[in-house]
Design a binder for this molecule. Sequence first.
Ligand code: SF4
Ligand code: SF4
Length: 396
Amino acid sequence: MSGAEDIEAAILTDGSTNPLAWFAGMTDHCYAFAEAAKARGRPIAGIMCEFTPREILLAAGVVPVCLCGGSAATIPRAEQFLPANLCPLIKSTFGYHVTGTNPFLQSADLVVAETSCDGKKKMFELMGATKTMYVLELPHKADGADALEHWTREVRKFKEYAEQRFQTRITDEKLRDAAKLMNRERRLRRQLADLMTHDPPPLTGRQLIEFKSIISGIEEDLRQYERAIKMFEGAAGSAPPAQGGIRVLLTGVPLVHGAERVLELIEQAGSVVVAMENCTGLKPILDDVDLDDPDPLGAIARKYFHLPCSVMTPNTRRFDSLRSLAAKFRPDCVIELVWQACLTYDVESYHVRQLAEKELRLPYLKITTDYSPSDSARISARIEALFETIRARRPL
Ligand code: SF4
Ligand code: SF4
């Protein structure tokens, strides 16, 4: 057993826990895990984007924690430093930093940033004034001839930085072990998401999004994913058609922990969100690291390079992904969520609408909002109107 597994076995194992109850306490478990890891000498690294290769940090013996903010409460303080007209995800994350209210960020030995969107990139400069930060440079022309080469070089430089920063050697064997662990986690989360292909699905989208952890690779989380799969597989197809039977494909920006309001409004209006294409859904877990590749670092770089984020231009892979998700999950409509002032997803929504309406022949709705609940009634009314149209078109 490794040191980390010792810690988990000592503080986290609870064989009787229902998986839903386990993940409802996810933040507390993660905090206990991080505290114990830190006490044993394991450093903590905050990450803010799905492009960050967690395998490098795990192979360096570091605990990677996702620090994206999902709370509206920290935004007013952030607005003392950042423009009000900025994405709420960026403001919330920075708000945690200036208020000192995210214990993971407070105790992080390193923050790994990335050149994704302009707002985040510039916010990182402010955060970097008081936090040790490493910035990964993303190649924005993902289809460019040398883009993968550039990205692989970036990932290699990051590995060298992590070795030097944490005084360790990241061997190929450690990288393979980390990739194996992450592949297992991704596979389990994919299996859970695949349960939504059932009609009716055995769980709601709101329940499904709970099955995640801000710290990757915690053994007890993986055990709980396995238990959840068994539990919900048994229930698949046995329930009466839920929520009026409307199936929704949700795309767009990430729904960070605590910012799931729009997902709730969609399901409260009489539907099930059967697929989430975004970064808090399927996007980062569709591809695995090729464990047979003789160059594990290259294989890790390739896995992350394929992430279809709107900061890429053109972002053709996102449309391929939406096509295959629509074929697999058979939605009745596409709903796109865009956080206010997220220019890349907002502009790209033009193409998503074209794809949904013209090619997939599915009704499309774009919702632009922030973390404040003030527009919930207006959003609900738009969703209900969409669902009315879908019901009216159905054969009697
Ligand atoms: S949407 Fe893009 S920038 Fe945001 S976490 Fe995902 S990959 Fe990173
Ligand atoms: S939602 Fe958009 S603006 Fe906000 S951090 Fe992600 S890419 Fe940037």
